[in-house]
Design a binder for this molecule. Structure first.
Ligand code: SF4
Length: 401
């Protein structure tokens, strides 16, 4: 399907597909941001965020996410209630956070007597951001209100899912109002949506599930490839964090994004201060990775029982220092290190490290390292190096693949 641009005020949507954002239940704000950035990367031209979702996130991450969307030519809208008294404050909040548009949902408190005030405020802000009026349907009251203020706004957004047989009426209303319109895709069949877009009946389609189901939904439509169809199983509306059985990566975008960065940045960060950590750092450096060794304040320095190993350890760390390995001290133990989620890392666990419990799923894999730790004492330098190389290769494969 050919992508058509649509213009709302000073803003241009690169195609007609806008994502309606929902409660995701992700554990942290970075995952939240990664979820939307991923969809924007594959073609979504706008995202409508409900204010309740935005307020749950850290403002700095929201701003960072919106900047990222901007770079991906994806326009961010904030969906807020249209109130009379605090309208200006709400618009200021949207601008302060970096939203390029707002969808102001009409509440029942708005009366005909408020119209001149709305016109005045919209006239002040409609050059700064794109203003949409959000309505559940176009009943007489809403229709009348939109008719009165349409000179100061950029479009109407139908927030409730219309049915197939509502389409004709909506098309007629849009023609009568002569205004841009976004409609919720809801239960409308894909063929009908495509037909409406081809005939330019609507300017944008708001949707959620098809984009959960298939990150590349828009990209595939534009390349005439079949997207993964939504099965309407409802799992994504029942479970938090959001998951979809037809797109198992849903909810893990943050981790996936980090793994991709690992593959491209080729930097290694190693946790620990023992021989294995030092040796892994040496190998990482030899392979051309900028390398950092991290340790926490509470991580006791690993001192091998054998003098020979201890001497080897001292010499190894001196060598690393001379080779330019960076050393960092971090807060919060190994779990702090994991939480910080460096976009690149290689981990080395110690047998008595309680923190290693946070990575329970990796325990099978860690056995190799644990047996290696037991194996170290009394081995020759070559044997140690050989076993450490194996461990390093294993982690390299896991994190840098
Ligand atoms: S979980 Fe089910 S309803 Fe939700 S997007 Fe996936 S297939 Fe569709």
């Amino acid at each position: 399907m050919q992508a058509l641009e649509c213009k709302f005020g000073n803003l241009t949507l690169k195609n007609s597909w806008v994502m309606s954002a929902k409660e995701l239940g992700f554990l942290d704000a970075n995952e939240w941001a990664a979820f939307y950035l991923e969809r924007a990367k594959f073609g979504v031209s706008g995202i409508v965020f409900p204010v309740s979702e935005v307020q749950k996130q850290e403002p700095s991450v929201v701003k960072q996410c919106l900047r990222g969307l901007d770079e991906l030519q994806c326009i961010s809208f904030l969906q807020i209630q249209l109130g009379v008294l605090d309208l200006q404050a709400k618009l200021e909040f949207a601008l302060e956070m970096g939203f390029l548009g707002v969808v102001l949902e009409i509440s029942s408190q708005i009366e005909a007597k408020d119209i001149s005030l709305l016109q005045e405020v919209f006239a002040t802000y409609n050059q700064k951001c794109s203003i949409f009026i959000g309505v559940s349907d176009l009943n007489d009251k809403n229709y009348e209100l939109i008719t009165s203020i349409k000179g100061e706004i950029h479009g109407v957004c139908i927030l409730n899912c219309p049915e197939e047989n509502d389409l004709e009426e909506l098309i007629q209303c849009k023609k009568n109002l002569s205004i841009s319109m976004m409609i919720m895709m809801g239960n409308i069949k894909m063929e009908s949506i495509e037909k409406c877009l081809q005939n330019q009946e609507f300017d944008a389609i708001l949707t959620w599930k098809p984009l959960v189901c298939d990150t590349k939904f828009v990209d595939k439509l534009e390349r005439d490839m079949p997207p993964i169809p939504c099965q309407e199983c409802g799992v994504c509306t029942l479970e938090l964090p959001v998951t979809c059985p037809y797109h198992p990566e849903v909810g893990s975008e943050y981790f996936e994004t980090q793994r991709r960065k690992i593959a491209t940045r080729k930097e290694v960060c190693i946790y620990g201060n023992g021989i294995s950590a030092g040796y892994a750092a040496k190998k990482a450096l030899e392979r051309g990775f900028p390398t950092t060794i991290c340790k926490t304040k509470d991580l006791e320095t690993f001192v091998p029982q054998s003098d020979a190993l201890h001497q080897y350890q001292i010499a190894l760390y001196d060598e690393l220092d001379a080779l330019g390995v960076k050393f960092e001290e971090i807060e919060g133990g190994l779990s702090g290190f994991l939480r910080e989620r460096k976009p690149y890392f290689t981990l080395f666990f110690q047998k008595n490290q309680e923190d290693s419990l946070v990575m329970e799923t990796m325990f099978d894999l860690l056995d190799e390292r644990l047996s290696c730790a037991k194996f170290l004492e009394g081995q020759t330098k070559t044997e140690i190096e050989e076993s450490l190389v194996d461990v390093y290769q294993f982690f390299k494969q896991f994190y840098l693949a």
